[in-house]
Design a protein. Structure first.
Length: 478
């Protein structure tokens, strides 16, 4: 696992060391400067013999969760979410029920979710913000002399990942950096998107020819850490009379404990390391407020990472805490979990618990320091889109992330990270009727019958001799 999650720093960029050079014609003659600014990846060869270097088109694929843009999108968005086997993890023999279960859960949760989205304006701003981040990233790379196009691929709503893939192929991109917009890696976020990408690369010959590299997590990048620390310090100054009083409350999106303890998800370790780096940066700037880390957004009866955000807020209130500065540490864009869950639900809970002063650090969105650091990360990763230049980068000590989607997932699989293959056929793109919506058809009735039977047998198994089958000697010894 060490190699998979190797750290990489904000390297002082040196394009010649990275193997990023202007195109040369065969024989070593320098090509005329191209006003387009397109850069070529140089191939390693015999130093006495110049090979023709390939012009290339750089693409950056930004991966994100996605969110419903209208209230009519809420139920199908939830369906796509619950149809992902990395979100609802059924045992192997029961995975054929994924679509049915996704429909049941999305239908039951849609009314409450619609209310939440209605409270923030009728839809998620995530697509708008992510597309603004893509545009800002493109601009930042252009100022560094790299002509690139950024694409947005959402996991559970439009524009879907395959929409971005089609655009990448249409534009002739042949060097691709895959950048999940999750600072910390989890099998339920970056892992799910990468597993879907692996499926596309294996099924699409044209896509398979695109050389690519992945930045699996980037919570440790100095630019990101500095941007977060600066945003926290600014919020303390501007939203509190006494900036030394508030406890800095890092609230991270939770995952089930089983992901970490059984599947080996590095999310918790990376989150704790991330908070530590930000706190160190704050202390270096003279901000030494007390801080806590808790996990939000748990769903269902299973145990999730602790401490829980709501429980922690209540406990702090009981201890007499009067000021909290909330930091959404898992998120780099405003969306439902910042605008509704933190700003409304947790703020109300804090006030009920005796907290008198509440502030919330904004998501980074298109913060210039953050965007500049992402641009540097992409450029530092470009040598890994060429096999020859990858060896060269290793030789000169470029400390950049690991390589292709398949290699990264193979590392996870060797570490026994349980990341099931998603079934894209389950997804719906409709805002009105889901592909697997319950209609009362014979197929749906069969699914219902199977679920009822499985639940019934399980309950009888638990009841043992006291169950319906007990009088017949079935399950009596359990």
């Amino acid at each position: 696992m060490e190699g998979t999650f190797a750290r990489y720093g904000n390297f002082g960029l040196n394009y010649s060391r990275a193997g990023l050079r202007r195109s040369r014609r065969r024989g070593g003659a320098a090509a005329a400067n191209d006003s387009s600014g397109v850069v070529a990846v140089g191939r390693e060869g015999n130093e006495e013999e110049e090979e023709e270097e390939e012009e290339y088109k750089v693409g950056v694929l930004l991966l994100n969760l996605g969110g419903p843009e209208t209230l009519d999108d809420v139920q199908p968005f939830l369906y796509n979410l619950f149809a992902d086997p990395d979100i609802i993890r059924l045992p192997g023999p029961l995975r054929f029920l994924q679509g049915f279960l996704a429909n049941v859960l999305s239908s039951s949760r849609a009314p409450k979710s619609r209310e939440a989205y209605e409270s923030i304006g009728g839809g998620s701003p995530l697509r708008r913000i992510t597309e603004a981040q893509a545009h800002a990233l493109q601009t930042a790379m252009e100022t560094r002399g790299i002509a690139a196009k950024a694409y947005v691929g959402m996991r559970y709503w439009k524009p879907f990942t395959e929409d971005a893939i089609e655009a990448i192929k249409r534009d002739g991109v042949n060097r691709l950096v895959v950048l999940p917009l999750y600072p910390q890696f989890s099998i339920s976020t970056s892992g799910s998107s990468l597993r879907l990408l692996e499926q596309y690369f294996s099924e699409d010959e044209a896509l398979a020819r695109v050389r690519h590299t992945v930045i699996p997590s980037w919570y440790q990048r100095p630019g990101y850490v500095k941007a977060m620390a600066a945003m926290i310090a600014k919020t303390l100054r501007e939203q509190f009379d006494d900036e030394k009083e508030p406890i800095i409350f890092f609230s991270a999106h939770g995952v089930p404990t089983s992901y970490v303890e059984e599947a080996g998800d590095p999310y918790k370790d990376e989150m704790e390391a991330c908070v530590g780096l930000i706190v160190d940066e704050l202390r270096a700037a003279g901000v030494d407020n007390e801080h806590v880390l808790a996990y939000q957004s748990r769903v269902g009866p299973v145990e999730w990472l602790k401490p829980y955000t709501d429980d922690t807020i209540r406990e702090l209130g009981r201890k007499g805490t009067k000021a909290l500065c909330a930091v959404p540490i898992s998120f780099v864009s405003e969306h439902i979990e910042t605008l509704e869950e933190i700003d409304m639900e947790y703020r109300e809970l804090a006030e009920e618990s005796g907290v008198e002063k509440w502030g919330r650090v904004p998501a980074l969105d298109t913060d210039p320091l953050f965007i500049d650091d992402l641009a540097d990360a992409v450029i530092e990763s470009l040598p890994y889109t060429s096999r020859m230049n990858k060896r060269r980068a290793d030789k000169v000590g470029l400390n950049v992330p690991p390589s292709e989607v398949g290699q990264i997932l193979a590392s996870y699989d060797l570490a026994k990270l349980a990341m099931p293959m998603p079934d894209s056929s389950l997804r719906t793109t409709s805002s009105t009727k889901g592909a697997d919506e319950f209609t009362g058809s014979p197929g749906d009735l069969v699914n219902v019958t199977i679920v009822v039977f499985v639940v019934f047998v399980f309950l009888q198994y638990v009841a043992g001799a006291n169950g319906l089958f007990g009088s017949y000697g079935v399950f009596t010894n359990w």
